[in-house]
Design a protein around this ligand. Structure first.
Ligand SMILES: [Zn+2]
Length: 260
């Protein structure tokens, strides 16, 4: 029975360990690599090894960096009183692309997920609490992704940080349910609202949510839209965006923009 040469089998096996790469994709990549010029293959292998050897986690914020502490933590121009908590380094890059947030970051390196056996002790939460104990941080913006794990992590953080007297806000409105922060638009990412239980209800699940098209919020005030608009404005993701000033108003249709 025919089988590939052992070096090729090994390459396919190693590639199939990568996320989102199955056996067929691994085989396709391996054959592509075989067709590459030797210099390109060496450059690829060298880049992987160099990144592994030189990139580390910042001892303060746990973001990936070459120099420790990272350039964000050592930037004196950044607001030292605000920390944005994200799940992974890609979220830091996404936030930085907005050019709106000028505070510091803290990367949890994941989210609480009991099904995967990931608890608070497996994340960089203890390091975060130590940073907050310093007294210079006044606000924590929880920007974990709007999945079950991210919401559970946000609630846990709000619970353990509340006694410290640090204001905790949540970046959530405007993001589509199940969408990643990495793919959200800049306008959505720069909005935030107080982290409360009410703000966590997904679209339409709140029992006090008024019927669609009623034109009123639960507090009875009329919903005003810009003149000439016949329907609610929608953002690029298709989720409704509500210029509400109260958290309950934002519950009407999904995670809407709410100013604090
Ligand atoms: Zn850092």
């Amino acid at each position: 029975m025919f089988s590939f040469a052992p070096p090729l089998v090994r390459l396919i096996e190693e590639l199939s360990k990568l996320p989102t790469v199955g056996p067929k994709t691994a085989q396709r990549l391996a054959f592509y690599m075989l067709s590459m010029p030797v210099e390109d293959a060496e450059a690829l292998a060298s880049a992987i090894l160099e990144a592994k050897r030189r990139i580390r986690y910042c001892s303060i914020c746990a973001n990936i960096t070459e120099a420790d502490p990272c350039e964000l933590c050592t930037d004196a121009k950044r607001d030292q009183s605000v920390i944005c908590v994200v799940e992974n380094p890609r979220d830091v890059a996404a936030m930085e692309r907005t050019r709106e947030f000028r505070g510091l970051y803290h990367v949890l390196q994941g989210a609480i997920s009991p099904l995967d056996g990931i608890g608070p002790d497996d994340l960089r939460i203890a390091e975060l609490l130590r940073r907050l104990a310093g007294g210079t941080v006044l606000e924590l913006i929880v920007a974990t992704n709007p999945r079950v794990e991210g919401e559970a992590t946000a609630l846990y953080l709000a619970k353990v940080i509340k006694p410290l007297g640090v204001k905790v806000t949540r970046i959530a409105h405007g993001l589509p349910v199940g969408g990643d922060l990495e793919y959200a638009d800049e306008v959505t990412r720069r909005c935030r609202s107080p982290l409360t239980r009410e703000n966590r209800f997904p679209a339409g699940s709140c029992p006090k949510t008024p019927a669609r098209g009623s034109g009123t919020r639960s507090n009875g005030s009329a919903t005003r839209w810009p003149r000439g608009r016949r329907s609610r404005p929608r953002d690029s993701s298709g989720a409704s965006r509500t210029p509400a000033s109260s958290p309950r108003g934002s519950l009407k249709k999904g995670p809407a923009a709410t100013s604090r």
